[in-house]
Design a protein around this ligand. Structure first.
Ligand code: SF4
Ligand code: SF4
Ligand code: SF4
Length: 265
């Protein structure tokens, strides 16, 4: 069985955000609200040093599809709503999820409220029990006063909320989530099972995201892990796991960080 994961080449990533936008369009995620980012693909932006010796890092982040996933252990329903597939994807089932948010509290890369916790990002977001999902498309107000149509009008004309969404079919996941459930990156399993790459990978103009079987030494991802010193994140504040530290055994690896290997590129 493969162990799906991703290698992100930090020297290739220019922080353009194409992956984040691609993920939002592919998976129909909504705008940030109530301390929930709804960004399955996100960034840690870091500025270090003092002028003129300054360094800026844009580090793409997403669910780490951890081998020892605490979100799965924390999920109280049977069968679990947060679970591992045999290929190592941390998958989520909308139907079984009761919205208890235990997974969000257990995940070291998530926060119940990014504004209050001052976290850089949150892998898991929660759709409130009372709020409509994608409220913009239910809003009757003009987008620009006296000028453009409201979101509600656009949605009505398109016959969809949100209009023009990507209509994928997945046995565990609605292409637009419902109220009262969590959501997160599913490694685009709906694409991967059809032999396609995750949409963030396809959309990266710098080819900085490499998806594949990390245990297969002949795959591009496996090859890069052998060639470069790889690091993984420890939490959603940008701290990295130290050498020998396993954490939750994340499967998203970063190679060629600027300081360490820039001269060897
Ligand atoms: S990053 Fe968080 S949500 Fe993703 S598998 Fe790990 S613990 Fe679960
Ligand atoms: S919010 Fe859903 S997926 Fe998360 S722990 Fe509760 S039931 Fe499981
Ligand atoms: S793998 Fe798919 S779901 Fe995950 S961040 Fe990339 S585009 Fe989004």
């Amino acid at each position: 069985m493969p162990r799906y994961g991703m290698v992100i080449d930090l020297q290739k990533c220019v922080g353009c955000g194409a992956c984040a936008v691609a993920c939002k369009t592919e998976n129909n995620t909504q705008d940030r609200a109530k301390g929930q980012t709804f960004n399955w693909a996100d960034f840690i932006m870091k500025e270090e040093g003092k002028f003129p010796n300054v360094k800026f890092t844009a580090m793409p982040v997403l669910c780490n599809h951890c081998t020892d996933a605490p979100c799965v252990k924390a999920c109280p329903v049977t069968p679990k709503a947060m679970f591992k597939t045999k290929e190592g994807i941390t998958m989520h089932n909308d139907e079984r999820c009761i919205g208890c948010r235990r997974c969000q509290r257990a995940c070291p890369y998530s926060s119940e409220n990014v504004e209050k916790s001052a976290a850089a990002y949150s892998v898991i977001s929660f759709n409130d029990f009372s709020d409509e999902v994608h409220p913009m498309y239910r809003d009757g107000k003009e987008l620009i006063k006296g000028c453009t149509a409201s979101g509600a009008e656009v949605a009505k004309a398109a016959g969809e909320v949100p209009p023009y969404r990507t209509l994928y079919k997945h046995p565990d996941y609605d292409s637009v989530r419902r109220k009262g459930v969590v959501e997160k990156c599913i490694f685009c399993e709906h694409r991967v099972k059809n032999g396609e790459l995750p949409y963030c990978v396809v959309s990266c103009p710098a080819k900085a995201r490499i998806f594949g079987d990390l245990d297969d030494k002949s795959s591009e991802a496996g090859r890069l892990l052998q060639k470069h010193r790889a690091v993984a994140l420890k939490n959603n504040k940008g701290e990295r796991l130290k050498s020998g530290e396993k954490g939750t055994r994340p499967n998203i690896y970063y190679i060629r960080s600027f300081r360490a290997e820039a001269k060897r590129a």
